[in-house]
Design a protein around this ligand. Structure first.
Ligand SMILES: *Cc1c(COP(=O)(O)O)cnc(C)c1O
Length: 377
C-alpha cells in the first residue's frame, strides 16, 4: 500500500525556517517587512511627490549603481509596470529597426514575440536553443538592439553577458536581468541596458521596473522619441526625466520601493554583489550536489556551467511524481517549488535568490527526500 500524500507530515527538524522558494514573487525578508510595518505611519499612504518617497527612489538609483559598479555617465531609470512593460517601452524607444534575440525559454521568447508584432519594426532575428541549454549568439550587422537574458527563469539556465563579436558598432546590448540582477555577477562594460523587476533577487514586490542606461542608450532613446510617436507610459525619455528628479511618471507602490531599498542596503552593507552572488553559489552547490547524488533526481540543465545559481530546475525519475511532491510540500508550508507551468516537465523549480538562506535549501533537500521515501511506502 502506498502512503496517502494527504497524510504525510514533515518532522520539525526537516522544515526550513522559511518555506518560500518561489521564483517570483519570491521570499521577502521578515526583517524588511518588520521595518516596513514599524515605519508605516510615516510612509504608506503619503505623497509620492514628497521627500520621504523621493528619498527611496534616490536610494534605489544609487544602490543599483553601486551594486552593479556602473561606469560614469550611466543612469538608473525607474518606472511602473514591471519587466513586461519595459519590453514594450524598449520596442518603442530603443529598437530603431531590428532587434536580435537570444531565445531559450518563455521569457526571452516573449520579448522576441513582442518585437515581432510591432508594426514599426522589421522582423526580429531569433537565435534559439532548446530549453535547458543556451544559444551562442554571433552578431548580425542588421540588428541595432541585441536582446539577451541573463537568467531564463522558465528553464533555470543562466547565460554569460558579453557584447557579441560581429555586431554593428552602435548596436545596444539590452539585457533582461529580472531573475539575475543582484544574484549573478556581471560586468557593466558588457551591456548598455540591464533591466529587471524587484520581486526576484531583490526580495521586494512586483509592479516596478528598474533599468540602467549607458550614454549610448540615452542617446538612442532621445533620437528615436524625437522622431516617432511613443505613448507617455512607455516613453523612456519621460521615465528618465522623472528618475533624475527621484520620481516616477505615475504613482508607484511605496511598499515596493521600501522593500527594494531594504534589500539593496542589506546586500551593500554585507559586501555588495560578491556577497549576494556567493550566497547563491552556496545554495546552488547544495541543491545541485544533492541532485547529482540522488537516485531519483537530477539537474534538468546538463552543462554545469549553464545551471542557474538563482533558479534551479530539478528533474525527477518517472517513478516519482514531482507535482505530488510539490503538493505535499505545500501542505507542509514549503511553497512554490512547482515546475514552470508551460515547460511541462516532471520537475521542481527552486529559487536560490540571495534572500533565501542556504541552510533552508539544505533543509528543503532533506524534506524532499523524506516525502519521496514516504510516498514509496
Ligand atoms: C519574471 C520575469 C519576467 C516578467 O516580469 P514581470 O515583472 O512580471 O513583468 C520577465 N523576464 C524574466 C527573465 C523574468 O524572470
Amino acid at each position: 500500500m502506498t502512503q496517502s500524500p494527504e497524510r504525510i507530515v514533515l518532522p520539525d527538524d526537516l522544515r526550513p525556517a522559511d518555506g518560500r522558494f518561489g521564483s517570483g514573487p519570491s521570499k521577502v525578508r521578515a526583517e524588511a517587512v518588520a521595518d516596513l510595518a514599524a515605519g508605516a505611519g510615516q510612509l504608506l499612504g503619503t505623497s509620492h511627490r514628497q521627500d520621504r518617497v523621493k528619498h527611496l527612489v534616490r536610494r534605489i538609483r544609487e544602490g543599483v549603481a553601486d551594486l552593479l559598479s556602473l561606469p560614469e555617465g550611466y543612469e538608473v531609470l525607474v518606472g511602473n509596470g514591471g519587466t513586461t512593460a519595459f519590453w514594450d517601452a524598449a520596442i518603442h524607444c530603443l529598437v530603431d529597426r531590428r532587434s536580435q534575440h537570444a531565445v531559450f525559454g518563455e521569457f526571452s521568447g516573449k520579448f522576441a514575440d513582442a518585437a515581432s508584432s510591432a508594426p514599426h519594426l522589421d522582423e526580429p532575428l531569433r537565435v534559439e536553443a532548446p530549453y535547458g541549454t543556451r544559444p551562442v549568439l554571433t552578431g548580425d550587422e542588421s540588428a541595432d538592439v541585441i536582446a539577451l537574458t541573463h537568467n531564463e527563469t522558465s528553464t533555470g539556465v543562466q547565460a554569460e553577458i558579453r557584447r557579441p563579436a560581429g555586431s554593428a558598432p552602435d548596436a545596444l546590448v539590452v539585457v533582461d536581468a529580472t531573475s539575475a540582477a543582484g544574484g549573478l555577477r556581471v560586468d557593466a562594460s558588457e551591456f548598455d541596458v540591464y533591466y529587471f523587476a524587484p520581486q526576484k533577487c531583490l526580495a521586494s514586490e512586483g509592479g516596478l521596473w528598474i533599468a540602467t542606461f549607458s550614454p549610448a542608450a540615452i542617446e538612442r532613446l532621445d533620437r528615436l522619441t524625437a522622431s516617432r510617436y511613443c505613448p507617455a507610459f512607455l516613453h523612456l525619455g519621460i521615465a528618465l526625466e522623472n528618475s533624475l528628479k527621484d520620481q516616477t511618471y505615475n504613482t508607484p507602490a511605496i511598499a515596493t520601493l521600501f522593500l527594494t531599498v531594504h534589500t539593496l542596503d542589506w546586500i551593500l552593507e554585507n559586501g555588495g554583489l560578491e556577497f549576494a552572488a556567493s550566497r547563491c553559489d552556496e545554495s546552488a552547490r547544495i541543491l545541485y550536489g544533492w541532485a547529482d547524488a540522488s537516485s531519483y533526481a537530477c539537474a534538468f540543465v546538463e552543462d554545469p556551467e549553464e545551471r542557474s545559481h538563482t533558479v534551479a530546475t530539478i528533474d525527477f525519475a518517472e517513478s516519482v511524481e514531482a507535482a505530488t511532491v510539490a503538493s505535499v510540500l505545500r501542505r507542509n508550508g514549503i511553497l512554490d517549488v512547482e515546475s514552470y507551468r508551460k515547460l511541462g516537465r516532471n520537475q521542481l523549480r527552486v529559487a536560490l535568490y540571495p534572500a533565501i538562506d542556504p541552510g533552508d535549501v539544505e533543509s528543503l533537500t532533506r524534506a524532499v527526500d523524506h516525502v519521496v521515501e514516504e510516498l514509496r511506502k
